[in-house]
Design a protein around this ligand. Structure first.
Ligand code: ATP
Ligand code: MG
Length: 301
């Protein structure tokens, strides 16, 4: 497929889920089982679309790397079993590992708790020419910590700084951090994989019933289901306060894994395309050097 046609298709697939202004954002306007023009039987069509997307991504990444100016940061957040790992694995499958790095952020270690909360993430912001992926991120600070505010007590933050403004302050910190990144040439895109409570239950049951999936199941994860509504509210608030033109959120339907992957790939394509990447052009002097090197090589005995 021609590049411009593919980019148009990427816009069609990702556009409906892109949030660039949080002002009127409501999570209930986004259906976890949305399939746009696809239907349940369209898995094969989606596979073709994904393969085309992965190829396009690989070409774009090659230019990103060669140009060595922009960096791309992709942030993934979701409830458990929404398919973060699978989406990352599939979408990045065609990408040169040298130009890509994935970081997972778990509950902070004691060393991490000795620092401000952006510290561990800012150390992992990708360098120019690279794609960096955060599997969870500083957004946990307005999600899990908001749902379980007792975590705040363990964060070693001076008491007098823990006021009722803490969440709006964190939203402000994050917006500032992301616009700082944007102004430094780091393109930020954020993904919320939006799974329904029913589909999560189905996937947890599959993890229990399938021996090869047992390792993925954790009682702590299923325990979080009782806070489902609190999490949804926390996600809604977070997106409302941190969706910007510079660093949009994508609220990706996650009840059908194959569709999630297509949408994520499309969103990454539209992001990379917005950079108008091109291979560095060589100047007159370099062209002369190339010609001289060629003469030398051809003259070798
Ligand atoms: P995943 O569930 O993303 O596939 P995992 O199961 O391999 O990852 P877990 O051991 O579940 O990893 O670690 C992720 C856990 O760490 C989540 O429950 C998450 O909410 C928690 N976490 C991440 N960041 C923070 C934070 N800043 N404060 C408290 N908890 C956090
Ligand atoms: Mg987990």
């Amino acid at each position: 497929m021609k590049a411009d046609k593919l980019v148009k298709k990427a816009h069609e697939l990702a556009g409906p889920f892109r949030v660039t202004s949080g002002k009127d954002f409501r999570l209930k306007d986004y259906r976890p089982d949305d399939l746009l023009t696809f239907d349940k039987e369209d898995k094969d069509r989606a596979k073709v679309a994904l393969a085309q997307g992965v190829q396009a991504l690989s070409d774009l990444q090659d230019k990103l790397y060669a140009q060595d100016q922009w960096a791309v940061l992709l942030i993934f957040q979701a409830m458990d079993a929404a398919g973060k790992d699978g989406a990352i694995k599939h979408v990045m499958s065609g990408i040169n590992p040298q130009g890509c790095e994935v970081h997972s952020f778990k509950a902070p270690t004691s060393e991490e708790l000795d620092h401000d909360y952006l510290w561990r993430c800012s150390k992992r912001v990708p360098e120019r020419g690279r794609i960096g992926i955060f599997n969870r991120s500083y957004y946990e600070e307005t999600l899990v910590v908001r749902v379980h505010p007792e975590i705040l007590g363990k964060q070693k933050i001076p008491r007098e700084l823990l006021t009722k403004n803490i969440w709006s302050q964190r939203f402000q910190d994050i917006r500032s951090f992301e616009s700082y990144l944007a102004r430094n040439g780091v393109l930020v895109r954020k993904f919320f994989l939006n799974i329904s409570k029913t589909e999560q239950k189905k996937r947890f049951l599959a993890r229990i019933d399938t021996p090869e999936k047992n390792w993925k199941f954790s009682t702590a994860d299923s325990h979080q289901r009782q806070y489902w509504n609190d999490y949804q509210k926390a996600y809604e608030e977070t997106i409302r306060h941190t969706a910007t033109e510079d660093a949009p959120w994508y609220v990706v339907p996650a009840d059908n894994k194959w569709f999630t992957r297509v949408v994520v790939a499309a969103a990454v394509i539209e992001a990379l395309d917005s950079l108008h990447l091109a291979y560095p052009k060589v100047g007159k002097v370099q062209r002369k050097e190339l010609a001289a090197a060629k003469r030398e090589l051809l003259a070798e005995k």
